[in-house]
Ligand binder design. Structure first.
Ligand code: COA
Length: 131
C-alpha cells in the first residue's frame, strides 16, 4: 500500500494542493486497489469501492512523467473488468472537471452539476458496464 499512497500524495497533494490529511481516508482499508507498472516501476494507481450494482472509482492518478502514454486508460479499462467480474453493473465517480474529456473517451457521461471537493471542481460521471 505505501508506494501507491506515496504516488497519490505526489499527484494529489504536491501537484494539486489537496491537504495530506484528506488524501488518505477510511475507504482505503476496504477498497480494491489497482496499480500500473512500467518496467517494474509504479506509474499509476486507482481504487474501486464496492457498491450495490453501482461501484465507485477513485484516486485515479498517473505519475506526471508517465502521462499521455495510455496508462490512465489501461487502468480505467482494467478497473471496469475487475468490477464487472465481481458483480458491478455500473461504474461512477467524482471527476475533476479537467479530466472530463479523458473519461468521456471511455463512454462516461456527466450527471448533475459541478461541486467542490478539496478545493477542486468536480462533476459526477457514470456509465453502465453491462447490457
Ligand atoms: C487524468 C489522468 C489519469 C489521465 O492519465 P493518462 O495516462 O495521461 O491518460 P491516457 O494517456 O491513458 O489518455 C487516454 C486518452 O485520453 C486523453 N486524455 C488524457 N487526459 C485528458 C484530459 N485531461 N482531458 C481530455 N483528454 C485527456 C488522451 O489524449 C488519450 O486520448 P487518445 O486515446 O485519443 O490518444 C492523468 O492526467 C492524471 O493522473 N492526472 C492527475 C490526477 C488527476 O487529475 N486524476 C483524475 C482525478 S478525477
Amino acid at each position: 500500500m505505501e508506494p501507491l499512497l506515496l504516488l497519490r500524495e505526489e499527484v494529489f497533494c504536491a501537484e494539486q494542493g489537496v491537504p495530506v490529511e484528506e488524501e488518505r481516508d477510511a475507504h482505503d482499508a476496504a477498497a480494491l486497489h489497482l496499480v500500473a507498472l512500467c518496467d517494474g516501476a509504479l506509474v499509476g494507481t486507482c481504487r474501486l469501492l464496492r457498491g450495490d450494482g453501482m461501484w465507485k472509482l477513485g484516486r485515479m492518478a498517473v505519475r506526471r512523467t508517465a502521462r499521455g502514454a495510455g496508462v490512465g486508460m489501461a487502468m480505467l479499462l482494467e478497473a471496469e473488468r475487475q468490477a464487472v467480474s465481481r458483480g458491478a453493473r455500473r461504474l461512477g465517480f467524482s471527476a475533476q472537471t479537467h479530466a472530463i474529456g479523458f473519461y468521456r473517451r471511455a463512454g462516461y457521461r456527466t450527471r448533475g452539476g459541478l461541486f467542490d471537493d478539496a478545493g477542486i471542481p468536480h462533476v459526477w460521471m457514470e456509465r453502465p458496464l453491462t447490457g
